[in-house]
Design a protein around this ligand. Structure first.
Ligand SMILES: Cc1cc2nc3c(=O)[nH]c(=O)nc-3n(C[C@H](O)[C@H](O)[C@H](O)COP(=O)(O)OP(=O)(O)OC[C@H]3O[C@@H](n4cnc5c(N)ncnc54)[C@H](O)[C@@H]3O)c2cc1C
Length: 413
């Protein structure tokens, strides 16, 4: 039977491995850690955020850039010494804020995300993991209607035009859904078709267990490169020897950049470092996830408590987390949910694998006939893991995927 090797056992790698396996491939997943444990897939906010179709930066970000360089507790921060390294990425990000680009990117992401839930359902049913998914929508809260119209009007319009359903809730309706919310917030937008998982790590683990039960192999080692003959990759080189393959998929999150480069594709992949604080005894009731629209953090009810997630920090892969950013997250959360108890907590930082146009790379290598890419999912890798796996598998099988994958190709840079 034909052998596929997937590099990376995060949400994207495991979902891709499952789809390839369903197609009849014998699949080995190479990761130096157990599935879902090492990367961003472990500690994300758990939002299956099918409503976020727009790029991360809209034009309104530009006046805020100087503050980001100075205030290391702002929702978006750049450590000044990282600025020269980040500059080419930032220039591309700014280009993506042009109105025509925003429209193009939103249409592409919207067409992809419209199929994200259906692609997940296939895997979740297969893994009997329904209990890990809650389909209650996601609420975004704002101080008042004027704030919403001024700061998120265009964003909502983009979402509506790209087929995202939502309801706007006034003060009373909002409070009946989120009783612990501060009186400073009087309007909410409920994205009815979005959902969340009560534990992203357990979700990846459940999918991984089903994959393994069907004969899939996890090979616990570090992939270092490739062996090739002509335009065919013949093996993935690892610290524990070569793994022969007829097909390879690079799905190694933020660590995909050097692997893609070895396959001749240079990608401007950088890390948007994100933070979470897990509160084991939060002391408030929370029935569905909320995103706080003005200070930009999320609060998600999970199996083992409540998870605060968010903040974007540009500082590269290696530096340790900045504890002030965890503190800032906690400070915002205590203000927005005054009854929140934060004594019992654990803290985490991870790497969103982000491309400056906010779109992942999904598709074939232009240089190797049997090499494929699935990385760069930024803020939405949990959300779009399954549709990425399905799309790659469709293309490998010569089928047309459910949306046009052309805008996601690797050689767009
Ligand atoms: C704070 C925070 C909150 C977030 N919230 C959300 C959210 O609510 N919803 C959402 O959709 N997304 C969210 N995201 C983004 C999401 O977590 C990521 O986009 C997603 O997890 C990326 O998945 P991945 O499988 O591509 O990468 P990862 O989960 O990072 O996995 C990559 C894997 O590749 C392995 N690997 C790397 N290099 C090698 C190598 N050379 N050899 C072997 N193995 C290798 C790593 O060990 C790792 O296991 C959030 C991210 C953060 C940081």
């Amino acid at each position: 039977m034909a052998k596929a090797v997937v590099i990376g056992a995060g949400a994207v790698g495991v979902a891709t491995a499952m789809y390839l396996q369903r197609e009849g491939w014998t699949v080995t997943v190479v990761d130096r850690e157990e599935p879902g444990l090492k990367g961003a897939s472990y500690g994300n906010a758990g939002l299956i955020a099918t409503h976020i179709v727009e790029p991360i930066a809209l034009r309104s970000i530009l006046p805020k850039l100087p503050r980001m360089l100075l205030d290391q507790t702002a929702p978006l921060a750049i450590r000044w010494w990282y600025l020269p390294t980040l500059m080419p990425w930032l220039v591309r990000l700014l280009r993506a804020t042009a109105p025509a680009e925003v429209e193009r990117i939103s249409a592409a992401l919207g067409s992809q995300l419209a199929h994200a839930d259906a692609a997940y359902r296939v895997l979740i049913e297969d893994a009997e993991a329904e209990a890990l998914i809650k389909r209650k929508g996601i609420m975004v809260v704002y101080p008042d209607r004027a704030y919403l119209d001024e700061n998120a009007g265009y964003q909502l319009d983009l979402r509506r035009r790209n087929g995202v359903p939502f309801e706007i809730l006034g003060d009373n309706a909002l409070r009946s859904v989120l009783p612990a919310l501060s009186r400073d917030y009087g309007v909410g937008v409920l994205f009815t078709t979005a959902s969340h998982t009560v534990d992203p790590y357990l979700l990846v683990s459940a999918l991984a267990r089903r994959f393994a039960a069907r004969g899939g192999v996890f090979y616990r080692t570090h992939a270092t490169g490739f062996s090739a003959q002509g335009d065919k990759v013949t093996a993935v080189r690892t610290e524990a020897g070569d793994v022969p393959c007829d097909l390879v998929v690079v799905a190694a999150g933020i660590w995909s950049r050097p692997l893609a480069r070895q396959l001749g594709s240079s990608v401007p992949l950088d890390t948007e470092r994100g933070y979470h604080v897990m509160l084991e005894e939060p002391g408030i009731a929370l029935d569905l996830p909320a995103i706080v629209g003005d200070v930009r953090f999320s609060i998600t009810p999970m199996a083992k408590g409540i998870r605060l997630g968010g903040t974007i920090e540009f500082a590269g892969i290696d530096p340790p987390p900045n504890p002030r950013r965890h503190e800032a997250l906690l400070g915002h959360a205590r203000r927005v949910f005054p009854g929140l108890m934060t004594a019992k907590q654990t803290r985490w930082m991870g790497h969103r694998p982000s491309l400056p146009d906010s779109m992942p790379v999904i598709g074939p290598s232009p240089h190797y006939a049997n090499a494929w890419f699935g990385f760069g999912h930024g803020h939405l890798g949990l959300t779009s893991a399954a549709i990425t796996g399905r799309t790659i598998t469709d293309m490998v099988a010569g089928r047309r995927p459910p949306f046009d994958p052309t805008p996601f190709r690797v050689d767009r840079f």
